[in-house]
Design a protein around this ligand. Sequence first.
Ligand SMILES: CC(C)(COP(=O)(O)OP(=O)(O)OC[C@H]1O[C@@H](n2cnc3c(N)ncnc32)[C@H](O)[C@@H]1OP(=O)(O)O)[C@@H](O)C(=O)NCCC(=O)NCCS
Length: 155
Amino acid sequence: MAIEIKVLRRGDDSILMNVAPAVFDNPIDAKLTREFLEDPRHHIAVAIDDGMVVGFASAVHYIHPDKPPELWINEVGLAPTHRRHGLGKAVLRALFELGRAHNCTVAWVLTDRSNVAAMALYSSVGGTEGADGLSHAMVGYSFGLMDPRKDRSSN
Ligand SMILES: CC(C)(COP(=O)(O)OP(=O)(O)OC[C@H]1O[C@@H](n2cnc3c(N)ncnc32)[C@H](O)[C@@H]1OP(=O)(O)O)[C@@H](O)C(=O)NCCC(=O)NCCS
């Protein structure tokens, strides 16, 4: 597959107007898209196949008065036609790179323990399972952004 991985910026709204079915939960809203892309703390990396968005990962980098910036991974989704091709890893890695550029020392994500695919994805990009205070049905993964070598596969 010749797929382009792209981090969207202000002005890239039109890219999100052509999305494959079942990538996002809901139809794309033009006003929310503009607001998202204009906000410097919100990030989205997409996988594009022949002009159509077939996958994405979204995140927010946030700060706190007593803590360094962190990257919270909000959602990851691939079109059913494009799963198991390494694209989930690719869009996450693009966000990790962006997190490093914003001096984030850690990224983290939550998922449901029953989501085998998500747990496999997060493990495969170096995620360490464990977050205090979660219910047993939820699992958290954190990713040290300072050492990309912890990512156990590079394809
Ligand atoms: C979870 C999801 C994003 C994975 O995306 P993907 O592009 O298929 O994942 P990749 O191809 O990059 O695979 C990453 C790793 O996970 C493994 N994996 C992916 N899907 C898997 C599955 N269904 N069962 C077991 N392992 C799986 C791959 O084998 C790969 O492992 P490897 O690096 O050791 O070879 C995709 O299944 C999806 O969109 N699911 C629906 C939305 C969702 O659940 N998002 C997560 C919510 S928190």
